[in-house]
Structure formats: structure tokens, C-alpha cells
Design a protein around this ligand. Structure first.
Ligand SMILES: O=C(O)CCC(=O)C(=O)O
Ligand SMILES: [Fe+2]
Length: 293
């Protein structure tokens, strides 16, 4: 308790500095068109905005889709070589961890995520100069029990952040869409209770809490899955909303573009988007997403 209190006190100067920087940067934010402003407003209000590649109308999209298709083929080759396709894959004894490739260094992905229109949306949401941290291409599989990000959690990278998630195939409820609890459904005292439950699970080495545990805090009718056809785009602040990949019966492939402030709260958590953590070069050891948030 005393330890928690002294940690809280020690954070006050950096929080003050953060607030001052937000005020200072407010007049420097890029101006947005009405459509882009509505994305920022929705993420502020509820934590998520769902759209599509078609509606975003960004020029570099066809190249991105082609490149993602090619990488997904390579991922399948790697998975077969690793022998993951046994009947027990996804059982409690042999959990199907997500397969993750960091694709940040590939120009088709980096240049899509660096388009000014996207950066402007993110900067307006974050309120500070931003950093595009990188891109993960992920395949998530069916599991008998939830593993890693199928458990409800909050991300840690920064005070405010944006993930732009793009489905590569059609995602129905069975494929485990991104699912979240809108900000408006969680009061501050409730959020603190959920966070404390998640912290207790993290102390046991888990990423978060399961559906039954979440249901003790928030009724299922308030949970918002985001299914959608290939090309669906989810803008989300995964630090601001309790979220997970809904436990699935069938696999799902998606891209995750990640943005934070230039000086994020947890630079250590941002390394996974650019270093060797989910390398394509050492796939057998390093592309199973244990611990990804
Ligand atoms: O699999 C998902 O839809 C969510 C993954 C996740 O938790 C994240 O990217 O922060
Ligand atoms: Fe997450």
C-alpha cells in the first residue's frame, strides 16, 4: 500500500509535464476534414471507430493488400514447417499462440502507415507529436481456452495510443473479432476494480481475465465485437478500453499498425514493433506471439 502510494507520488511531475505539453501542442495540431474528425471524436468518446479501407480511400492500399497476401503465404509455410497443424494444436495442453510477423521494415507496410492523413488523425487523438511504432501481421487460431490477447486486458505502451487494425479475411463472430467495452459503459470506480483483477491475473503470468471473470463486472450485452468483411478497419485506443480478440472457432488474419506519442510512457513495450521480437528471419523461435499485448 505504502509502496503503491510512493509510486503514485513519484509519477506526479511527469504527469504534470504531460498535461502541460498537451496544452502547448493543442494549437499546433493539424486541421482535419469532417470525416477524419469524426474518427477522432468517436475514439475519444467510446474508444473505437470502425470503418473500411474503401471508405478511408487511401492511395497506397492496393500495394498494402498485395504485400500482406504474400507475407501470409510465407507465414503458412513457416507454420507447416513448425508442425503446428497437429490435431492437438489449440488444446489446453498445446495452446495455439498467435503467429506474428513484424513487417515494419517492409516498405509497402511502412509507407501505408506513414500516410499523412493517418498521421494527422493519430496526432489529433494523441494530442502530442507522434511516433509510428510499427506494424504486426498476425494470425490468430482457435483455442479450447483463451491464451494471450484472447484474455481481456489493457495495453501498456503509452497514456494514449492508436492501433489501426485491418482484417485480411472476412471476420465473423466465429473468427474472433476485436471486441471491447465502450468507455461510456465503464465508470472510473468500476475501471479501477477491473484493473485490479487484471493485475492479479498478470501477477500469475497471464495477460488478463477471461470472459466469465469480465462478466462479473460488465454484462455481456455491453460488450462490442467488431466483425466485418476483409478490409474492415478498426481504429482503437487499446490503453483506454478493456479489449481482447474474442475467443474464436476459426482462424483470423489481421494487420496491426501502432502509434504512440514520440516519447511514450513505456518505450520497452514499443520495441516489439521494430526489433527482433517477432522477426520473420528467425521464424521458428520468434514468431509465436507469447506475451504480445
Ligand atoms: O486480437 C485482437 O483483436 C486484439 C489484440 C490486442 O489485444 C491488441 O492488439 O492490443
Ligand atoms: Fe491489446
Amino acid at each position: 500500500m505504502l509502496n503503491q502510494f510512493s509510486q503514485y507520488i513519484s509519477r506526479i511531475p511527469s504527469e504534470l509535464f504531460y498535461r502541460i505539453n498537451l496544452i502547448r501542442h493543442a494549437s499546433k495540431l493539424p486541421v482535419l476534414c469532417a470525416q477524419d474528425q469524426s474518427i477522432v471524436d468517436a475514439v475519444r468518446r467510446e474508444g473505437v471507430f470502425v470503418t473500411s479501407l474503401e471508405d478511408l480511400g487511401l492511395t497506397k492500399t492496393p500495394t498494402l493488400i498485395e504485400a500482406a497476401k504474400n507475407e501470409l503465404i510465407k507465414m503458412e509455410v513457416v507454420r507447416c514447417a513448425r508442425g503446428d497443424r497437429t490435431s492437438k494444436f489449440g488444446s489446453v495442453e498445446n495452446p495455439a499462440y498467435p503467429q506474428i510477423f513484424t513487417v515494419t521494415d517492409l516498405p509497402e507496410f511502412y509507407s501505408w502507415g506513414s500516410q499523412q492523413c493517418l498521421l494527422n488523425i493519430v496526432e489529433n487523438y494523441i494530442g502530442l507529436p507522434i511516433a509510428f511504432q510499427g506494424v504486426h501481421l498476425r494470425r490468430d487460431f482457435a483455442n479450447e481456452e483463451p491464451v494471450t490477447t484472447e484474455l481481456w486486458h489493457l495495453d501498456a505502451e503509452d497514456r494514449r495510443m492508436i492501433k489501426v487494425i485491418i482484417y485480411q479475411d472476412d471476420v465473423s463472430e466465429d473468427n474472433g473479432p476485436f471486441e471491447y467495452i465502450p468507455k461510456s459503459k465503464v465508470s472510473l470506480p468500476l475501471a479501477l476494480r477491473i484493473r485490479s483483477k487484471i493485475a492479479s491475473r498478470m501477477a500469475m503470468g497471464k495477460v488478463g481475465i477471461n470472459d466469465a471473470e469480465m462478466e462479473e463486472f460488465v454484462p455481456r450485452s455491453f460488450w462490442k465485437p467488431c466483425p466485418g468483411p476483409a478490409g474492415t478497419v478498426v481504429f482503437a485506443d487499446p490503453k483506454a478500453i478493456f479489449h481482447h480478440g474474442k475467443p474464436r472457432k476459426q482462424k483470423r488474419s489481421a494487420l496491426f499498425f501502432v502509434y504512440t506519442a514520440k516519447n511514450p510512457l513505456r518505450p520497452d513495450c514499443c520495441k516489439q514493433y521494430s526489433d527482433q521480437t517477432f522477426s520473420r528471419l528467425l521464424p521458428t523461435q520468434q514468431n509465436s506471439g507469447v506475451g504480445a499485448g
